[in-house]
Design a protein around this ligand. Structure first.
Ligand code: ZN
Length: 502
């Protein structure tokens, strides 16, 4: 179709974006419902609906007329503001990519993922890797194939990494992880020689009913607006943001581990603040949402670790903790809780790992994903490879696949190339802290006074409000300068040297 003027073309762009946002909203709600409220055997009907909806989205983006539209808008780029330019850039990327993926494959993949999630969940509960393996094999094959569609000029794993973090590649990650290894492995060894911190009181019986009240309180402390964000319980905690007025977060409660859900809520709460802090103008457009997975993780892990695992934060919330759990915490001080939630000890489960050994879990997944995608590792050999690496990197014996390669939902969700975002996000967060403090002073003092809103305001001003208006690297450099992993290794070294008197 021919466009007569710019306003006509922009109206068409708006229509595409509003439609895509509406379908995204509907599919996101289906996915949220699947994890929170839907009966276990409901996947078939949901699969059919997903098939129809994702087919519509496919057609919306793959519509040959979009090429004319993009051509027209790109010709008139001088007349477009940054917001419009970025919308055009994002649509261009989608159109180019999607037009390379055959529709049957795109739809079949969505259906596969919907089914795989249920299969993974059962496999994890029954410690039955064999039942999940055929699904994972298909998912790996699809990802390898899609990588070629995404960006045929890159190696497949680099192309997948780029889907989550524009510009990221194995070369950067290999260097980043090796920098972390050099700084952190000696630190972890030195801690291994020291007397270990007692955290046994965190594993007493904490009734779930009380933990639910604790979650509400934590969300209050973080000033998460309950009229725009709700909390549910799922197997694996997550955040789903639809617009700046509708964000869903989840947690998982363990009766004998109060810190587990506590830090899930704070982590997902950090994601939620990001989604809630986007400019309203971003809503129902492609600009809505986070700049990238790493930037998203920088926000969640900033709250979880830099704020949530600080002495000042624990002191701030301790009176409420004691009120909710008087018996469990009667012989415990805030300082003891602070030390306990920062206990560093190599372990099996990534989501329960301490701030220091966490990166090693990511390195394992990174190495295995590289091998799965380049074909040097077969899916059937994954459990053995996983267990071997946990022994090598963390020095722990993996007793079963439920606590091993079946522990995370990422692969069943098709997210290959995502894990490095967590480590990168943590490193981004440490650098943000330094630049934030140049503007608003030591955050420890703000946390002590319960003024978390000042921290959130800084993040909103520099990160949240922009949504996807800038590329992740660009956005980060605007407020924090060039990325340097040293901020992160320095932060960890200082914190853990003090904790363990090294
Ligand atoms: Zn997260």
């Amino acid at each position: 179709m021919k466009y007569n003027d710019l306003s006509q073309a922009l109206a068409k762009l708006d229509q595409i974006e509003a439609t895509a946002a509406a379908y995204g909203h509907a599919m996101g709600l289906l996915a949220t419902d699947a994890a929170t409220a839907a009966p276990t055997d409901s996947y078939e009907g949901r699969g059919r609906t997903m098939e129809v909806l994702s087919g519509v989205v496919y057609n919306l983006v793959a519509d040959p007329e979009n090429k004319d539209l993009l051509f027209y808008l790109e010709e008139h780029r001088a007349e477009l503001d940054r917001f419009r330019l970025r919308q055009v850039e994002l649509l261009r990327k989608q159109v180019d990519q999607l037009s390379r993926i055959p529709q049957e494959e795109y739809v079949a993949y969505s259906v596969l993922l919907n089914e795989a999630d249920g299969v993974w969940c059962k496999a994890k509960n029954n410690n039955d890797f064999a039942s999940f393996a055929p699904f994972l094999e298909k998912i790996v094959n699809y990802n390898r194939k899609f990588a070629g569609y995404y960006n045929p000029s890159l190696s497949p794993y680099d192309a997948l990494l780029n889907e989550y973090e524009e510009g990221l590649n194995m070369q950067t990650l290999d260097a980043f992880f090796s920098q972390l290894r050099t700084a952190l492995v000696p630190l972890i060894h030195a801690i291994g020689e020291k007397q270990q911190i007692d955290d046994s009181f965190l594993k007493r019986n904490y009734p779930i009913e009380q933990q639910e009240k604790f979650s509400d309180y934590l969300m209050q402390v973080m000033e998460i607006d309950p009229t725009r964000c709700t909390l549910a319980e799922t197997e694996h905690p997550f955040t789903n943001g639809f617009n700046s007025h509708d964000v869903r977060i989840t947690t998982h409660y363990y009766e004998n581990d109060v810190a587990n859900s506590m830090y899930s809520v704070i982590h997902e709460g950090g994601h939620a603040l990001y989604e809630l802090g986007g400019d309203e103008a971003n809503d129902y457009t492609s600009i809505q949402g986070g700049a990238s997975m790493s930037i998203h993780e920088s926000q969640s892990r900033f709250y979880e670790n830099i704020v949530g695992r600080s002495l000042e934060f624990v002191e701030l919330i301790f009176p409420k903790m004691q009120e909710l759990f008087p018996k469990q915490l009667k012989d415990v001080t805030a300082e003891q809780v602070y030390r306990a939630v920062n206990k560093a000890q190599p372990s099996l489960i990534r989501t329960e790992a301490d701030e220091l050994t966490y990166c090693l879990h990511i390195m394992v997944r990174y190495e295995l994903e590289k091998q799965l995608i380049d074909g040097t590792l077969q899916v059937k050999d994954l459990p053995a490879a996983w267990n071997k690496m946990y022994q090598e990197y963390l020095g722990v014996e993996v007793p079963n696949d439920s606590q091993g390669c079946l522990q995370d939902s990422h692969w069943s969700g098709g997210m290959i190339g995502y894990f490095p975002s967590y480590a990168l996000g943590s490193a981004y967060g440490a650098q943000m802290k330094v630049f934030m403090e140049q503007d608003i002073g030591p955050i420890a003092q703000l946390i002590s006074k319960g003024e978390l809103n000042k921290i959130t305001a800084w993040l909103k001003e520099h990160i949240h409000r922009y949504g996807q208006l800038y590329k992740p690297g660009e956005l980060f450099e605007m407020s924090c300068g060039k990325f340097d992993a040293k901020y992160y290794t320095d932060y960890l070294t200082e914190k853990y040297s003090k904790l363990y008197n090294l």
